[in-house]
Design a protein around this ligand. Structure first.
Ligand SMILES: [Zn+2]
Length: 272
């Protein structure tokens, strides 16, 4: 099991084979595709999922104005699925479409190409991040939704944002390649399958990359599958998502990020 993170001795067997399916970008704009995705995953046997919800998608997609979505989320939460805070508006504010750090290729790549301007938390300082995270958590709690985890849009955050998540009392965050237990600062390597469907060449590359990754992850713990609403746009992509999840379910137990990180947190790391 080379490369697998250290596991609790007493929970080794119980926690060895986990599958974390996360449904990204849940908002009023995506209610129909995510309903279909969650229903199909549940029918495949994914009894636990992490549902990544955007409280005010691009300013106008507000949970407050979509009681049907809120009621639907509450029902899944009651069945044991997890609600996760996924940014605030999931986009850079209009006035910040141009990067505050000029001329840096890396920022251009991340903000324009890789994320299509979705890197909402990538350049935030600690205080600004904390303000948005607290807004998000209270937008959830007025509707009876409770999150202990935060996933930044496009998984992009910096160390100040990570401190803000600790300030807000959250338990964990994830990047594309890690799950981070915030109180102990323990980082668990775990790369997520994720598909890019924005352009044909990306779809082709995604299919190859995820097929290879799924094979490589067969011996890793946990296995993560990140699903976006646009994955439904390509039948080939959606077929591969379903196939990877179905194969994983033969020997892995579906769980949420919250359940998984809670089971991994060694007692000796608490309070350190
Ligand atoms: Zn997202």
């Amino acid at each position: 099991m080379a490369g697998a993170p250290p596991l609790r001795k007493d929970g080794a067997l119980m926690t060895l084979a986990s599958l974390i399916v996360s449904i990204h970008d849940i908002s009023p704009f995506h209610f129909h595709p995510v309903q279909r995705q969650v229903n199909e995953m549940a029918r495949l046997g994914v009894k636990r999922m992490s549902l990544l919800v955007i409280p005010r998608h691009r300013d106008t997609g507000s949970l407050d104005q979509h009681p049907a979505l809120v009621g639907w989320l509450r029902r899944w939460q009651e069945e044991g699925h997890e609600i996760v805070l996924h940014g605030w508006r999931h986009a850079l504010p209009e006035g910040q479409m141009k990067s505050p750090i000029q001329g840096r290729l890396r920022r251009w790549f991340y903000e324009e190409l890789y994320t299509a301007r979705e890197a909402e938390f990538f350049a935030l300082d600690r205080a600004s991040a904390l303000r948005l995270v607290e807004q998000g958590l209270s937008a959830f709690s007025v509707h009876g939704l409770h999150a202990q985890g935060f996933v930044a849009p496009a998984w992009l955050l910096n160390s100040q944002v990570e401190e803000a998540l600790r300030d807000a009392g959250l338990l964990y965050t994830t990047t594309r390649t890690e799950i981070v237990h915030l109180p102990s600062r323990a980082r668990f390597p775990a790369t997520s399958c994720v598909w890019s469907t924005r352009a044909a060449w990306r779809r082709g590359a995604s299919l190859l990359w995820n097929a290879r990754l799924a094979r490589r992850l067969a011996a890793r713990e946990p296995m993560r599958v990140g699903i976006h609403p646009t994955d439904l746009d390509s039948p080939k992509v959606w077929r591969q998502v379903r196939r990877i999840v179905s194969i994983a379910l033969e020997h892995r137990r579906p769980t949420t990020y919250l359940e998984w990180i809670t089971a991994q947190t060694p007692r000796d790391k608490e309070g350190s």
